[in-house]
Design a protein around this ligand. Structure first.
Ligand code: PLP
Length: 454
Protein backbone atom coordinates (compact mmCIF):
# COMPACT_ATOMS: atom_id res chain seq x y z
CA UNK A 1 0.00 0.00 0.00
CA UNK A 2 2.91 2.33 0.79
CA UNK A 3 4.03 2.35 -2.81
CA UNK A 4 0.72 3.80 -3.96
CA UNK A 5 0.67 7.46 -4.87
CA UNK A 6 -1.66 9.85 -3.05
CA UNK A 7 -4.06 9.85 -6.00
CA UNK A 8 -4.22 6.07 -6.06
CA UNK A 9 -4.76 5.93 -2.28
CA UNK A 10 -7.54 8.50 -2.37
CA UNK A 11 -9.10 6.77 -5.34
CA UNK A 12 -9.17 3.36 -3.68
CA UNK A 13 -10.45 4.79 -0.42
CA UNK A 14 -13.25 6.98 -1.72
CA UNK A 15 -14.01 6.96 -5.43
CA UNK A 16 -16.83 4.85 -6.86
CA UNK A 17 -15.94 4.21 -10.50
CA UNK A 18 -18.59 4.16 -13.23
CA UNK A 19 -18.81 1.05 -15.39
CA UNK A 20 -15.97 -0.65 -13.54
CA UNK A 21 -15.67 -3.95 -11.68
CA UNK A 22 -15.39 -2.37 -8.23
CA UNK A 23 -14.01 -5.49 -6.52
CA UNK A 24 -11.37 -5.99 -9.20
CA UNK A 25 -10.49 -2.31 -8.98
CA UNK A 26 -9.46 -2.75 -5.35
CA UNK A 27 -7.07 -5.50 -6.48
CA UNK A 28 -5.51 -3.95 -9.57
CA UNK A 29 -5.77 -0.29 -8.58
CA UNK A 30 -6.32 2.75 -10.78
CA UNK A 31 -4.38 3.88 -13.84
CA UNK A 32 -3.83 7.53 -12.97
CA UNK A 33 -3.77 9.70 -16.08
CA UNK A 34 -2.09 13.04 -15.49
CA UNK A 35 -1.55 14.74 -18.85
CA UNK A 36 -2.33 14.64 -22.55
CA UNK A 37 -0.61 15.68 -25.76
CA UNK A 38 -2.34 15.28 -29.13
CA UNK A 39 -3.50 11.67 -29.41
CA UNK A 40 -1.45 10.59 -26.38
CA UNK A 41 -2.05 10.56 -22.64
CA UNK A 42 0.48 9.99 -19.85
CA UNK A 43 0.26 8.26 -16.48
CA UNK A 44 1.82 9.26 -13.16
CA UNK A 45 4.99 7.31 -13.94
CA UNK A 46 5.37 9.15 -17.26
CA UNK A 47 4.33 6.18 -19.46
CA UNK A 48 2.76 7.28 -22.76
CA UNK A 49 -0.37 5.71 -24.27
CA UNK A 50 -1.98 6.29 -27.64
CA UNK A 51 -5.60 6.99 -26.82
CA UNK A 52 -7.23 4.87 -29.51
CA UNK A 53 -10.66 5.42 -27.91
CA UNK A 54 -10.59 9.26 -27.76
CA UNK A 55 -11.34 8.91 -24.05
CA UNK A 56 -14.95 7.76 -24.24
CA UNK A 57 -15.38 8.10 -28.04
CA UNK A 58 -15.33 11.84 -27.59
CA UNK A 59 -12.06 13.79 -27.68
CA UNK A 60 -12.18 14.72 -31.37
CA UNK A 61 -9.39 17.30 -31.12
CA UNK A 62 -7.02 15.29 -28.94
CA UNK A 63 -5.81 16.07 -25.46
CA UNK A 64 -3.97 19.40 -25.82
CA UNK A 65 -5.99 21.79 -27.98
CA UNK A 66 -4.96 25.20 -26.66
CA UNK A 67 -7.75 27.02 -28.49
CA UNK A 68 -10.36 25.14 -26.45
CA UNK A 69 -8.51 26.02 -23.25
CA UNK A 70 -8.39 29.68 -24.30
CA UNK A 71 -12.09 29.71 -25.21
CA UNK A 72 -12.93 28.34 -21.74
CA UNK A 73 -10.65 30.77 -19.89
CA UNK A 74 -11.89 33.78 -21.85
CA UNK A 75 -15.51 32.87 -21.13
CA UNK A 76 -14.75 32.19 -17.45
CA UNK A 77 -13.37 35.75 -17.22
CA UNK A 78 -16.26 37.30 -19.14
CA UNK A 79 -19.17 35.45 -17.52
CA UNK A 80 -18.40 32.17 -15.72
CA UNK A 81 -22.02 31.15 -15.27
CA UNK A 82 -25.48 32.21 -15.96
CA UNK A 83 -28.67 30.23 -16.35
CA UNK A 84 -31.29 30.34 -19.04
CA UNK A 85 -34.44 29.99 -16.94
CA UNK A 86 -37.12 32.71 -17.08
CA UNK A 87 -36.10 34.44 -20.33
CA UNK A 88 -32.38 34.88 -19.48
CA UNK A 89 -29.77 33.96 -22.05
CA UNK A 90 -26.07 34.28 -22.75
CA UNK A 91 -24.15 34.89 -25.96
CA UNK A 92 -22.37 31.53 -26.43
CA UNK A 93 -25.50 29.46 -25.70
CA UNK A 94 -27.58 31.45 -28.18
CA UNK A 95 -24.81 31.38 -30.81
CA UNK A 96 -24.30 27.63 -30.40
CA UNK A 97 -28.03 26.93 -30.71
CA UNK A 98 -28.07 28.93 -33.96
CA UNK A 99 -24.96 27.15 -35.23
CA UNK A 100 -26.34 23.67 -34.48
CA UNK A 101 -29.63 24.55 -36.18
CA UNK A 102 -27.63 25.64 -39.24
CA UNK A 103 -25.56 22.43 -39.32
CA UNK A 104 -28.34 19.97 -38.57
CA UNK A 105 -30.28 18.17 -41.28
CA UNK A 106 -33.88 19.07 -42.18
CA UNK A 107 -35.80 21.38 -39.92
CA UNK A 108 -34.13 20.54 -36.61
CA UNK A 109 -34.08 24.24 -35.82
CA UNK A 110 -34.57 24.31 -32.04
CA UNK A 111 -32.06 23.29 -29.39
CA UNK A 112 -32.29 22.33 -25.72
CA UNK A 113 -28.99 22.01 -23.83
CA UNK A 114 -28.08 19.59 -21.03
CA UNK A 115 -24.81 18.60 -19.32
CA UNK A 116 -24.66 14.99 -20.45
CA UNK A 117 -25.92 12.69 -23.14
CA UNK A 118 -28.03 10.86 -20.59
CA UNK A 119 -29.80 14.02 -19.53
CA UNK A 120 -30.34 14.82 -23.18
CA UNK A 121 -31.99 11.47 -23.93
CA UNK A 122 -33.95 11.78 -20.69
CA UNK A 123 -35.16 15.15 -21.93
CA UNK A 124 -36.19 13.48 -25.19
CA UNK A 125 -38.43 11.03 -23.33
CA UNK A 126 -40.06 13.84 -21.38
CA UNK A 127 -40.50 16.05 -24.43
CA UNK A 128 -42.03 13.26 -26.51
CA UNK A 129 -44.52 12.42 -23.74
CA UNK A 130 -45.31 16.12 -23.23
CA UNK A 131 -45.87 16.65 -26.95
CA UNK A 132 -48.15 13.62 -27.30
CA UNK A 133 -50.19 14.73 -24.30
CA UNK A 134 -50.49 18.15 -25.92
CA UNK A 135 -51.64 16.56 -29.18
CA UNK A 136 -54.40 14.71 -27.36
CA UNK A 137 -52.65 11.32 -27.73
CA UNK A 138 -52.12 10.36 -24.08
CA UNK A 139 -51.78 6.64 -24.89
CA UNK A 140 -48.94 7.21 -27.40
CA UNK A 141 -46.02 6.82 -24.98
CA UNK A 142 -44.00 3.67 -25.71
CA UNK A 143 -40.44 3.84 -27.02
CA UNK A 144 -38.89 1.31 -29.34
CA UNK A 145 -35.17 0.67 -29.00
CA UNK A 146 -32.79 -2.17 -29.91
CA UNK A 147 -30.97 -4.89 -27.98
CA UNK A 148 -27.37 -3.75 -27.34
CA UNK A 149 -28.33 -0.06 -27.75
CA UNK A 150 -26.67 2.42 -25.42
CA UNK A 151 -28.49 5.65 -24.66
CA UNK A 152 -27.15 6.59 -21.23
CA UNK A 153 -27.33 5.85 -17.54
CA UNK A 154 -30.31 7.66 -16.00
CA UNK A 155 -33.44 5.70 -15.10
CA UNK A 156 -35.08 6.51 -18.45
CA UNK A 157 -31.91 6.16 -20.56
CA UNK A 158 -30.75 2.93 -19.00
CA UNK A 159 -34.28 1.68 -19.74
CA UNK A 160 -33.90 2.73 -23.38
CA UNK A 161 -30.52 1.00 -23.52
CA UNK A 162 -30.63 -2.65 -24.49
CA UNK A 163 -27.75 -3.99 -22.41
CA UNK A 164 -28.90 -6.67 -19.93
CA UNK A 165 -26.43 -5.75 -17.15
CA UNK A 166 -27.90 -2.22 -17.13
CA UNK A 167 -31.36 -3.64 -16.35
CA UNK A 168 -30.77 -6.66 -14.16
CA UNK A 169 -30.43 -5.73 -10.48
CA UNK A 170 -31.43 -2.11 -11.17
CA UNK A 171 -35.13 -2.96 -11.54
CA UNK A 172 -35.20 -1.59 -15.07
CA UNK A 173 -36.68 -0.86 -17.57
CA UNK A 174 -38.83 1.64 -15.69
CA UNK A 175 -40.44 3.28 -18.72
CA UNK A 176 -42.49 1.58 -21.43
CA UNK A 177 -39.87 0.44 -23.93
CA UNK A 178 -39.41 -2.55 -26.21
CA UNK A 179 -36.03 -3.71 -27.52
CA UNK A 180 -35.96 -5.11 -31.05
CA UNK A 181 -33.33 -7.43 -32.50
CA UNK A 182 -29.86 -5.88 -32.65
CA UNK A 183 -28.96 -5.13 -36.30
CA UNK A 184 -25.73 -7.13 -36.03
CA UNK A 185 -25.47 -9.08 -39.29
CA UNK A 186 -22.58 -11.22 -38.02
CA UNK A 187 -24.55 -12.42 -35.00
CA UNK A 188 -28.16 -12.36 -36.20
CA UNK A 189 -28.01 -12.65 -39.99
CA UNK A 190 -29.24 -16.10 -41.08
CA UNK A 191 -27.24 -18.47 -43.28
CA UNK A 192 -27.70 -17.39 -46.90
CA UNK A 193 -29.46 -14.16 -45.96
CA UNK A 194 -28.24 -10.92 -47.59
CA UNK A 195 -27.78 -7.74 -45.57
CA UNK A 196 -30.76 -6.22 -47.42
CA UNK A 197 -32.93 -9.23 -46.54
CA UNK A 198 -31.77 -8.99 -42.92
CA UNK A 199 -32.77 -5.30 -42.86
CA UNK A 200 -36.16 -6.14 -44.35
CA UNK A 201 -36.66 -8.81 -41.68
CA UNK A 202 -35.83 -6.31 -38.93
CA UNK A 203 -38.23 -3.75 -40.44
CA UNK A 204 -40.92 -6.48 -40.49
CA UNK A 205 -40.22 -7.22 -36.86
CA UNK A 206 -40.72 -3.52 -36.09
CA UNK A 207 -43.96 -3.38 -38.06
CA UNK A 208 -45.36 -6.50 -36.40
CA UNK A 209 -44.55 -5.13 -32.98
CA UNK A 210 -46.28 -1.83 -33.80
CA UNK A 211 -49.37 -3.60 -35.14
CA UNK A 212 -49.52 -6.00 -32.18
CA UNK A 213 -49.27 -3.19 -29.64
CA UNK A 214 -51.35 -0.68 -31.62
CA UNK A 215 -49.67 2.31 -33.33
CA UNK A 216 -51.67 4.63 -31.09
CA UNK A 217 -49.52 3.42 -28.14
CA UNK A 218 -46.09 3.87 -29.73
CA UNK A 219 -44.42 7.28 -29.52
CA UNK A 220 -40.91 6.98 -30.89
CA UNK A 221 -38.12 4.83 -32.26
CA UNK A 222 -34.67 5.68 -30.90
CA UNK A 223 -31.39 4.53 -32.41
CA UNK A 224 -27.71 5.28 -32.84
CA UNK A 225 -26.84 5.50 -36.58
CA UNK A 226 -23.98 3.10 -35.80
CA UNK A 227 -24.27 1.32 -32.47
CA UNK A 228 -21.09 1.98 -30.53
CA UNK A 229 -21.00 0.89 -26.88
CA UNK A 230 -22.99 -2.23 -27.81
CA UNK A 231 -20.02 -3.47 -29.86
CA UNK A 232 -19.54 -1.08 -32.83
CA UNK A 233 -22.29 -2.27 -35.15
CA UNK A 234 -22.73 -0.43 -38.45
CA UNK A 235 -26.25 -1.02 -39.77
CA UNK A 236 -26.77 -3.62 -42.49
CA UNK A 237 -27.44 -2.34 -46.02
CA UNK A 238 -30.83 -0.65 -46.34
CA UNK A 239 -31.54 -0.75 -42.60
CA UNK A 240 -32.30 2.90 -41.91
CA UNK A 241 -34.44 3.39 -45.03
CA UNK A 242 -36.53 0.36 -44.09
CA UNK A 243 -36.92 1.32 -40.41
CA UNK A 244 -37.71 4.92 -41.22
CA UNK A 245 -40.40 3.94 -43.72
CA UNK A 246 -42.19 1.86 -41.06
CA UNK A 247 -41.98 4.66 -38.48
CA UNK A 248 -43.46 7.17 -40.95
CA UNK A 249 -46.28 4.79 -41.84
CA UNK A 250 -47.47 4.68 -38.22
CA UNK A 251 -46.78 8.26 -37.10
CA UNK A 252 -43.83 7.25 -34.92
CA UNK A 253 -41.14 9.82 -34.21
CA UNK A 254 -37.60 8.99 -35.31
CA UNK A 255 -35.06 9.94 -32.63
CA UNK A 256 -31.42 9.73 -33.69
CA UNK A 257 -28.84 9.44 -30.94
CA UNK A 258 -25.75 10.98 -32.59
CA UNK A 259 -23.85 11.30 -29.33
CA UNK A 260 -20.93 9.32 -30.77
CA UNK A 261 -21.51 9.69 -34.52
CA UNK A 262 -22.01 13.47 -34.56
CA UNK A 263 -19.28 15.84 -35.80
CA UNK A 264 -17.50 13.70 -38.32
CA UNK A 265 -16.85 10.30 -36.77
CA UNK A 266 -18.30 8.45 -39.80
CA UNK A 267 -16.88 10.82 -42.43
CA UNK A 268 -20.02 12.97 -42.59
CA UNK A 269 -20.96 15.71 -40.15
CA UNK A 270 -23.79 13.50 -38.84
CA UNK A 271 -24.68 9.85 -39.27
CA UNK A 272 -28.15 10.95 -40.41
CA UNK A 273 -26.53 12.38 -43.53
CA UNK A 274 -24.66 9.15 -44.28
CA UNK A 275 -27.71 6.91 -43.92
CA UNK A 276 -30.35 9.27 -45.33
CA UNK A 277 -32.21 9.59 -42.02
CA UNK A 278 -34.59 12.52 -41.57
CA UNK A 279 -34.95 12.58 -37.81
CA UNK A 280 -37.63 14.39 -35.82
CA UNK A 281 -35.20 14.67 -32.93
CA UNK A 282 -31.41 14.47 -32.88
CA UNK A 283 -29.19 14.22 -29.80
CA UNK A 284 -25.58 15.42 -29.72
CA UNK A 285 -22.78 15.39 -27.12
CA UNK A 286 -19.20 14.08 -26.75
CA UNK A 287 -17.43 15.46 -29.88
CA UNK A 288 -19.59 18.60 -29.50
CA UNK A 289 -16.98 19.96 -27.06
CA UNK A 290 -14.38 17.21 -27.51
CA UNK A 291 -15.47 16.53 -23.90
CA UNK A 292 -13.35 19.45 -22.65
CA UNK A 293 -16.62 20.56 -21.05
CA UNK A 294 -19.76 18.56 -20.24
CA UNK A 295 -22.47 19.45 -22.75
CA UNK A 296 -25.20 17.82 -24.81
CA UNK A 297 -27.93 19.11 -27.07
CA UNK A 298 -31.41 17.96 -28.09
CA UNK A 299 -32.44 19.28 -31.49
CA UNK A 300 -36.12 19.16 -32.35
CA UNK A 301 -38.08 19.79 -35.54
CA UNK A 302 -40.23 22.83 -36.24
CA UNK A 303 -43.34 20.67 -35.77
CA UNK A 304 -42.30 19.56 -32.28
CA UNK A 305 -41.28 23.08 -31.34
CA UNK A 306 -44.66 24.41 -32.51
CA UNK A 307 -46.32 22.08 -30.00
CA UNK A 308 -44.01 23.26 -27.20
CA UNK A 309 -44.92 26.87 -28.03
CA UNK A 310 -48.65 26.23 -28.11
CA UNK A 311 -48.46 24.33 -24.80
CA UNK A 312 -46.81 27.36 -23.18
CA UNK A 313 -49.70 29.47 -24.40
CA UNK A 314 -52.05 27.10 -22.58
CA UNK A 315 -50.03 25.99 -19.55
CA UNK A 316 -47.39 28.65 -18.95
CA UNK A 317 -43.77 27.64 -18.44
CA UNK A 318 -42.21 24.63 -20.19
CA UNK A 319 -41.51 22.97 -16.84
CA UNK A 320 -38.20 21.28 -17.66
CA UNK A 321 -34.61 22.46 -17.23
CA UNK A 322 -31.30 22.14 -15.41
CA UNK A 323 -29.17 24.60 -13.45
CA UNK A 324 -26.45 24.46 -16.09
CA UNK A 325 -28.66 24.26 -19.22
CA UNK A 326 -26.79 26.34 -21.83
CA UNK A 327 -23.76 26.88 -19.60
CA UNK A 328 -21.72 29.75 -21.12
CA UNK A 329 -18.31 28.10 -20.68
CA UNK A 330 -19.40 24.75 -22.12
CA UNK A 331 -21.17 26.39 -25.07
CA UNK A 332 -18.20 28.72 -25.73
CA UNK A 333 -15.93 25.66 -25.89
CA UNK A 334 -18.38 23.90 -28.23
CA UNK A 335 -18.43 26.90 -30.60
CA UNK A 336 -14.62 26.94 -30.77
CA UNK A 337 -14.51 23.15 -31.15
CA UNK A 338 -16.90 23.28 -34.13
CA UNK A 339 -14.94 26.21 -35.61
CA UNK A 340 -11.77 24.09 -35.50
CA UNK A 341 -13.52 21.02 -36.97
CA UNK A 342 -14.67 23.20 -39.87
CA UNK A 343 -11.41 25.18 -40.35
CA UNK A 344 -9.29 22.02 -40.40
CA UNK A 345 -11.83 20.10 -42.46
CA UNK A 346 -11.76 17.22 -40.00
CA UNK A 347 -14.82 15.64 -41.61
CA UNK A 348 -12.82 15.50 -44.86
CA UNK A 349 -9.84 14.25 -42.85
CA UNK A 350 -11.92 11.28 -41.64
CA UNK A 351 -12.86 10.51 -45.25
CA UNK A 352 -9.19 10.60 -46.22
CA UNK A 353 -8.01 8.43 -43.29
CA UNK A 354 -10.90 5.96 -43.14
CA UNK A 355 -9.76 3.68 -45.99
CA UNK A 356 -6.37 3.07 -44.33
CA UNK A 357 -7.93 2.75 -40.86
CA UNK A 358 -10.48 0.23 -42.09
CA UNK A 359 -7.87 -1.64 -44.15
CA UNK A 360 -5.55 -2.03 -41.16
CA UNK A 361 -8.47 -3.15 -38.99
CA UNK A 362 -9.51 -5.78 -41.51
CA UNK A 363 -6.00 -7.19 -41.69
CA UNK A 364 -6.84 -8.88 -38.40
CA UNK A 365 -9.76 -10.78 -39.96
CA UNK A 366 -7.66 -13.90 -40.65
CA UNK A 367 -6.36 -14.20 -37.10
CA UNK A 368 -7.55 -17.45 -35.43
CA UNK A 369 -9.08 -15.56 -32.47
CA UNK A 370 -10.97 -13.06 -34.64
CA UNK A 371 -14.59 -13.80 -35.54
CA UNK A 372 -15.65 -10.50 -37.06
CA UNK A 373 -14.13 -7.16 -38.00
CA UNK A 374 -16.42 -4.20 -38.60
CA UNK A 375 -16.40 -0.46 -38.72
CA UNK A 376 -16.93 2.68 -40.74
CA UNK A 377 -15.18 6.04 -40.85
CA UNK A 378 -12.83 6.28 -37.87
CA UNK A 379 -14.55 3.76 -35.64
CA UNK A 380 -14.13 0.01 -35.71
CA UNK A 381 -14.08 -3.21 -33.75
CA UNK A 382 -12.55 -6.65 -33.72
CA UNK A 383 -14.69 -9.38 -32.14
CA UNK A 384 -12.70 -12.18 -30.53
CA UNK A 385 -14.37 -15.59 -30.43
CA UNK A 386 -13.79 -19.06 -29.06
CA UNK A 387 -14.47 -20.74 -32.41
CA UNK A 388 -13.66 -18.84 -35.58
CA UNK A 389 -15.56 -21.24 -37.84
CA UNK A 390 -18.83 -21.09 -35.92
CA UNK A 391 -18.47 -17.65 -34.28
CA UNK A 392 -19.12 -19.23 -30.90
CA UNK A 393 -18.38 -16.71 -28.13
CA UNK A 394 -16.20 -17.53 -25.12
CA UNK A 395 -17.82 -19.46 -22.27
CA UNK A 396 -16.88 -16.64 -19.89
CA UNK A 397 -17.51 -13.50 -21.93
CA UNK A 398 -15.10 -10.65 -21.29
CA UNK A 399 -12.26 -12.65 -19.75
CA UNK A 400 -10.03 -12.54 -22.84
CA UNK A 401 -11.27 -9.01 -23.65
CA UNK A 402 -10.27 -7.89 -20.15
CA UNK A 403 -6.82 -9.37 -20.62
CA UNK A 404 -6.41 -7.66 -24.01
CA UNK A 405 -7.53 -4.34 -22.52
CA UNK A 406 -4.95 -4.51 -19.70
CA UNK A 407 -2.18 -5.96 -21.86
CA UNK A 408 -2.63 -3.17 -24.42
CA UNK A 409 -1.56 -0.73 -21.71
CA UNK A 410 1.80 -2.53 -21.58
CA UNK A 411 2.16 -1.81 -25.29
CA UNK A 412 1.28 1.88 -24.81
CA UNK A 413 -2.23 1.56 -26.17
CA UNK A 414 -5.66 2.39 -24.78
CA UNK A 415 -8.50 0.52 -26.43
CA UNK A 416 -11.87 -0.61 -25.11
CA UNK A 417 -13.05 -4.15 -24.49
CA UNK A 418 -16.80 -4.57 -24.84
CA UNK A 419 -16.76 -8.06 -23.42
CA UNK A 420 -14.60 -9.72 -26.11
CA UNK A 421 -15.10 -7.08 -28.78
CA UNK A 422 -12.19 -4.66 -28.98
CA UNK A 423 -13.16 -1.14 -30.05
CA UNK A 424 -11.05 1.54 -31.72
CA UNK A 425 -12.16 5.15 -32.06
CA UNK A 426 -9.13 7.46 -32.32
CA UNK A 427 -9.27 11.27 -32.16
CA UNK A 428 -10.25 12.90 -35.47
CA UNK A 429 -6.89 14.72 -35.49
CA UNK A 430 -4.95 11.45 -35.75
CA UNK A 431 -2.54 10.90 -38.63
CA UNK A 432 -1.71 7.93 -40.80
CA UNK A 433 1.36 7.37 -38.59
CA UNK A 434 -0.89 7.30 -35.49
CA UNK A 435 -3.11 4.69 -37.15
CA UNK A 436 -0.07 2.59 -37.92
CA UNK A 437 1.15 2.95 -34.32
CA UNK A 438 -2.27 1.91 -32.94
CA UNK A 439 -2.49 -1.25 -35.00
CA UNK A 440 1.17 -2.19 -34.50
CA UNK A 441 0.67 -1.96 -30.74
CA UNK A 442 -2.52 -4.00 -31.11
CA UNK A 443 -0.66 -6.62 -33.15
CA UNK A 444 1.80 -7.04 -30.27
CA UNK A 445 -1.10 -7.22 -27.82
CA UNK A 446 -2.80 -9.92 -29.87
CA UNK A 447 0.39 -12.02 -29.88
CA UNK A 448 0.29 -11.94 -26.06
CA UNK A 449 -3.43 -12.72 -26.09
CA UNK A 450 -2.88 -15.74 -28.33
CA UNK A 451 -0.30 -17.14 -25.88
CA UNK A 452 -2.57 -16.36 -22.94
CA UNK A 453 -5.64 -18.00 -24.53
CA UNK A 454 -3.78 -21.28 -25.23
N1 PLP B 1 -25.95 7.83 -26.10
C1 PLP B 1 -24.87 7.28 -26.65
C2 PLP B 1 -24.95 6.75 -28.04
C3 PLP B 1 -23.68 7.19 -25.93
O1 PLP B 1 -22.62 6.58 -26.47
C4 PLP B 1 -23.63 7.72 -24.63
C5 PLP B 1 -22.39 7.62 -23.83
O2 PLP B 1 -21.50 6.86 -24.12
C6 PLP B 1 -24.77 8.30 -24.10
C7 PLP B 1 -25.92 8.34 -24.85
C8 PLP B 1 -24.79 8.86 -22.71
O3 PLP B 1 -24.03 10.02 -22.63
P1 PLP B 1 -23.42 10.46 -21.22
O4 PLP B 1 -22.44 9.43 -20.81
O5 PLP B 1 -22.79 11.80 -21.52
O6 PLP B 1 -24.54 10.61 -20.28
Amino acid sequence: MNTLTATARNDLAALIHPNTNLAQHQEIGPLVITAGDGVQVFDEQGNAYIEAMSGLWSVALGFSEQRLVDAAVEQLRQLPYYHSFSHKTNAPAAALAAKLAELAPGDLNHVFFTNSGSEANDSVVKMVWYVNNALGKPAKKKFISRQQAYHGATVACASLSGIPSMHRDFDLPAIPVHHLTCPNFYRFGRPGETEEAFSARLADELEHYILDEGPETIAAFIGEPVMAAGGVIPPPQGYWAAIQAVCRRYDILVVIDEIITGFGRLGTMFGAELYGIQPDIMVLSKQLTSSYQPLAAVLVSDAIHDVLLSQSQRLGAFAHGLTCTGHPVATAVALENIRIIEERDLVGQVQRLAPEFQRRLREFADHPLVGDVRGIGLVGAIELVANKATGQPFAQPGTLGGYVFRQAHKHGLIIRAIYDTIAFCPPLICTQADIEAIFSAFERTLVDATDWAR
